[in-house]
Every structure is written in structure tokens, then in C-alpha cells.
Unconditional design. Structure first.
Length: 480
């Protein structure tokens, strides 16, 4: 069996037709969803990219992997999707990026250039195409095709002008081209991770896709509550240029139309891959996984990008298409930390003990099986305070207060801040998260879930073993 693992950066759960989106057609994603298992309540565990991907790749929550920002080094000693695939005999090959920066103790001196950014490749991955943050391979290809790209243009500048170039020259098309060239050289039994940047901002779809969605046709986002009723974090991010949504209706509609246009183009590129699998007679012998590292606010609550505690930043696309399994829909709360253990079971290797998630095959086999009642995710903003005057532990603990954790259930959601404050929302009465939950009994129940979740998933490196002549418990395999 082949393994094809997709990450679609910043892809919201409701942004394709099978999930109810009526503004664009996404026939490829829809077909994979019909052929496989569509995860309707699938959540990322962190944002932005590096933290979200660390949780996805290692199957661990942020409280254990401690990747809290774009720039936090990747954790050491944790199994990941690449090492699991290697244990199963595959050579997992990357097309795109993983945003897992090098750990300093693996650097070659203080001048190691890998310490300058968080672009690193996930440990265990072979590289078919490495896309650093500057999108260098694509930019060079654009220039080779005759496009004028100023020497001082940033990656954001080049992406922001995608609408001015044919879609055939887009970043998404470029990554797809390189993957298909590699695929042509493979025999069966391959594994690939195709990591697309889009629909990540800037909000500018490629070529004709920038004109595909009429801005007047999109449904306006959830409006925010009055400023005076917002918590301090919400007030701050509402005024930041990087996270505040456009203030005009025209700006909002344009942003949304471009976002959906990027997804329409992405689906068309996925169709090329799907066609190649069919032509190679491998469509029925390829496990296809489609997830995102995190979601996108897209104007909801007056915000854009991915941040804070609202579910739009964490509720993401989730498709698991295993041709050996019957198709279906899972409405239980599933999480990105479940992907690694599920992959391990799919390829026939032991689930790593480091995993915080659980194999989804239990749900696939019995949708009514006992399962978590809440989804969980975390967000950390200490990076704002890291600089020349970084607060220093243990005398100054402000950095460790700059975080939050969330439990979200069917009828309520609870947000715990690191400074001891909290929020609760009555999701049953108001699914938009604009109505506070005031019932102390319900608040205690969901707050208790969050506390239990953290207790159950505390780090287990050496907790389940004893130093005895019998080597009792779960010992590290190399020692035992």
C-alpha cells in the first residue's frame, strides 16, 4: 500500500463542498471524502504553523512537545510520522515544508545556519522538494519562465501577486509538478508527504481562480461582540494589523473570495494527483490522508489568520481514505494528535508510547465506541515577549502565563488562561461563541474536563517503569 499524506495550510473545516460550503466546487476533496472517512469535528491542537505541525507530526499535545511558536526548536526523542513510516519499511519523501526547526544541541556550532530560522525538515523525512519560507525553488522557476520578480521581493510579495500570473505558474501548481515528476519514477510501495502552503495568506488566488468567486456571493462572517465586552486578549488582537479582519464589507468579501479561490485551485491540483494515481492503477492501493496544521478566522469575530481561542482557528479539514475500509462519516471529536497512532496502525507497526492521541480505527470500526467528549487545543503567545529583555525564569514567570488551553464540547466551551482567568461559552444556546456560559454546574463540568485532560496526558517518559532487577513496567526498548 502507498501512503499519501497531505497538509493544506490554514484550511478551515467548512471550506469545501462536502462539508457544506456552497461558494466553490471541490470535486476531488469531495470524492475522497465519499470514498473514505470524513471527520466532521476534527481539530488542530495548536497554532501557528510550527506548533500545529509539531502536534500533528508527533501525536503529542503542546504541553508535552513544548513547541510554542514559529521558532521553537523541534522536540527531541519523539516518534513522528516519518519515523513510523520508516519502521514500516517506507522511505517517506517530502514535497513542501514541515516547519520543524533544528534542536540547538544538534547544531554544528553557534554559526550553524539552521539556527537562523524554523524552516527545518522533520526528522526522518527524505526530501523530494524542500520549500523554505522564501519559496526559493518556485521563485527561481518563475524567473526562468520569464516572470519579472524584483530582487528585493519577499515571499509574501511574490504570493501577493499570484492573481497577476496564470494559475499554471502558481506555487500550488509548482509543488504538484515536482511531486508528479517524482511519482513517475516510483514503483509501488512509496510514501510521500505533500505539504501545500495554500490557502495560507496572502489572500490572493492564482490567475483565473482569483476571479472565480464573486465577492458579492459569499456569506459575511460572524460579527464580533462589542469591544467593551471583549476579554483583554481579544481586545488586543482586534487592534493588531496582522490579525484584525478588514473593517469594510468590501474588504471582508474580497478576502473571503480570494481564500475560496485558493481552495478551488488547490482542489484542481489535487485532481491532477488523483488522475495520476488512477492512471498508475494505484488509486485502490493508496492511503490518502488530508488534514491542516490549523484553521483560519476568515473574518469571524472580526479576526483573520489563526490565533487565540475561537474554534475557526482550530476546526479543520479531516479526511482519511483507506481503500481497505468502508467509507463513512465520523461526528465524534477527533484531533490531529490521533493521526500518528492511526497511521501506525494502518501500516502495521506499534503505536509509539509517546503519542497522546488514539487510533481512529476504533471509531471507524464502531462509531459508538467510547471516545473523548471534548476536543482540546492550546495557544501560546510568549513569542511576543522574547527579545533582548526576555523575562527570565524562575524569578519572572510572565512567559509561562502567556498561554491558554481550550476544551470544546457539544454544548459548552471553556478557555483557561495561564494567568488564572477563564472564559466559558454556551455553545448550545449560541454556536457562534458570543454568549457566556453562566451555569456554575456546567462550567465546573467542562473546567473539570480540561483539568483531567492535562492530568491524564502528563509526560510519561519514565513514569511507567521501575528500577528493579525484573525491569518492571514499560522500559525503553534499547535499555530493556
Amino acid at each position: 500500500m502507498n501512503v499519501l499524506f497531505f497538509t493544506l495550510d490554514q484550511f478551515r473545516a467548512d471550506a469545501y463542498r462536502a462539508a457544506g460550503n456552497r461558494f466553490i466546487e471541490t470535486p476531488t476533496l469531495d470524492r475522497w471524502a465519499r470514498q473514505g472517512i470524513r471527520l466532521t469535528q476534527h481539530y488542530s491542537q495548536a497554532a501557528p504553523c510550527s506548533p500545529g505541525r509539531a502536534a500533528l507530526y508527533t501525536g503529542t499535545y503542546q504541553m508535552n512537545n513544548r513547541v510554542v511558536a514559529n521558532g521553537t526548536p523541534a522536540p527531541r526523542g519523539l516518534a513522528n510520522i516519518a519515523t513510523v513510516l520508516r519502521d514500516a519499511g517506507y522511505d517517506p519523501t517530502l514535497f513542501g515544508y514541515t516547519d520543524q526547526g533544528v534542536n540547538p544541541d544538534r547544531a554544528v556550532g553557534n554559526d550553524d545556519p539552521r539556527l537562523d530560522n524554523y524552516d527545518g525538515v522533520l526528522e526522518g523525512m527524505s526530501v523530494g522538494l524542500y520549500m523554505s519560507e522564501d519559496q526559493g525553488p518556485w521563485v527561481r522557476e518563475l524567473r526562468a519562465r520569464g516572470h519579472v520578480i524584483p530582487a528585493n521581493a519577499t515571499w509574501h510579495d511574490v504570493l501577493d501577486t499570484e492573481s497577476q500570473r496564470p494559475a499554471a505558474d502558481s506555487l500550488t501548481a509548482f509543488v504538484t509538478d515536482r511531486f508528479l515528476q517524482w511519482l513517475d519514477r516510483q514503483s509501488s510501495g512509496w510514501a510521500a508527504h505533500v505539504s501545500y502552503l495554500r490557502p495560507h495568506p496572502p489572500y490572493a488566488a492564482a490567475g483565473e481562480y482569483s476571479r472565480m468567486v464573486d465577492p458579492a456571493s459569499v456569506e459575511l462572517p460572524i460579527s464580533p461582540i462589542p469591544l467593551e465586552n471583549r476579554d483583554p486578549l481579544f481586545q488586543v488582537v482586534s487592534h493588531m494589523d496582522a490579525t484584525a479582519a478588514p473593517s469594510s464589507e468590501e474588504g471582508l468579501r474580497h478576502m473571503m473570495a480570494q481564500y475560496y479561490g485558493m481552495i478551488a485551485e488547490l482542489d484542481a491540483q489535487l485532481a491532477r494527483i488523483s488522475d495520476a494515481l488512477i492512471q498508475r492503477h494505484e488509486d485502490d492501493d493508496t492511503l490518502i490522508v488530508v488534514v491542516a496544521d490549523h484553521g483560519e478566522q476568515l473574518g469571524d469575530h472580526g479576526l483573520k489568520e489563526k490565533l487565540a481561542y475561537f474554534p475557526q482557528s482550530y476546526h479543520i479539514v479531516g479526511i482519511w481514505r483507506d481503500p481497505r475500509r468502508e467509507p463513512g462519516v465520523v461526528d465524534a471529536f477527533t484531533e490531529n494528535v490521533d493521526i500518528l497512532p492511526t497511521l501506525a496502525q494502518a501500516v502495521g507497526v506499534d503505536i509509539p508510547r509517546s503519542c497522546d492521541g488514539e487510533s481512529l480505527y476504533r471509531l471507524f470500526e464502531n462509531p459508538d465506541a467510547p471516545w473523548r467528549r471534548y476536543a482540546h487545543y492550546e495557544w501560546d503567545w510568549r513569542y511576543v515577549f522574547i527579545g533582548e529583555r526576555t523575562p527570565r525564569w524562575p524569578n519572572d514567570r510572565r512567559l509561562s502565563e502567556a498561554n491558554l488551553a481550550v476544551s470544546v464540547g457539544r454544548d459548552a466551551a471553556f478557555v483557561q488562561f495561564g494567568d488564572g482567568t477563564s472564559l466559558a461559552f454556551d455553545v448550545a444556546a449560541d454556536p457562534t461563541w458570543r454568549t457566556p456560559l453562566t451555569d456554575p454546574v456546567r462550567i465546573l463540568e467542562i473546567a473539570g474536563d480540561l483539568l483531567q485532560w492535562r492530568q491524564v496526558h502528563l509526560n510519561r517518559d519514565f513514569t511507567d517503569m521501575l528500577l528493579t532487577p525484573q525491569r518492571s513496567g514499560h522500559w525503553p526498548s534499547l535499555v530493556k
